[in-house]
Design a protein around this ligand. Sequence first.
Ligand SMILES: C[S@@+](CC[C@H](N)C(=O)[O-])C[C@H]1O[C@@H](n2cnc3c(N)ncnc32)[C@H](O)[C@@H]1O
Length: 269
Amino acid sequence: MASAAEAPRADLSSHRLGGYQELHRLRSEHSDYPSQIRPVLAAKLRECRQARGAPLRILSVGAADGAYDQTVFEAAGAGVCGEYTGVDVDADALAQLGARAAQLAPNVRLKHGAFEPALFDEGERFDAVLFVHSIHLMCLDPAFSLARSLLADGGLLLVAIQGAGGVPALHARATGTAWPHNVAETVEARLVEMGAPHEEHKLSCTVDLGGAHRRQIVEFMLFFSAEPADAALRTLGDTFNEPMSVFSVYGGAWRRGHVGERSDRAVIT
Ligand SMILES: C[S@@+](CC[C@H](N)C(=O)[O-])C[C@H]1O[C@@H](n2cnc3c(N)ncnc32)[C@H](O)[C@@H]1O
């Protein structure tokens, strides 16, 4: 893979991303964070697999086409993922995920829709729940609360999110619209509030989105957390008053979309 420094510059000033294959390609060519976070996520899953003594039931929220998860599982080693459930609002991306099912796990299930309780059966549980580049598109409290209620005892929650200096800063500079809050800081604050034991990894990565945007160092945060105490769940338990929906960070402004609306056709202006 070409390093970010050597990568050809792409003019994204009026570029409509052509779905996830294009996005993955751009991410790999123009930043090193996919490659930096991969071994960390893989090691965590391997550890979890060893602790549980069986291939994991993994839920990936905002899985898109599963391409990145596939590379993480490959790095983690054979037999880490026994059952994979991919949730996404984007039906096309999920169809692509279905096409690579055999590379992901012996059992793969697709759930189309916004991440909300109705997608899951009573008692459905997972050993690990992943939000890789996706928590910032959701309402944080209900998403967290649901994820944690879906975790089996001792299960692992993994959240990968950029800090304020990454794409949020580029977006703010390009559009004049700041993200409403620093998602990475908010995620950690919630974990602290929930009394959830967690680890934070801060990685320095480079990104070059081309065009007017300079190459810069970005923070990338990874959070790992085990299941919280009951009291913490009670605190966040009743947060489903509002239907969850998709937030699009692109297109010039934050807006609340409708469930099922495509959020991957990003326009970076
Ligand atoms: C930036 S992509 C990340 C995809 C993949 N995890 C990766 O790292 O390559 C975010 C994904 O979250 C999905 N998404 C956004 N809001 C969602 C929601 N409320 N419920 C489920 N998926 C959602 C989008 O459709 C998109 O596929």
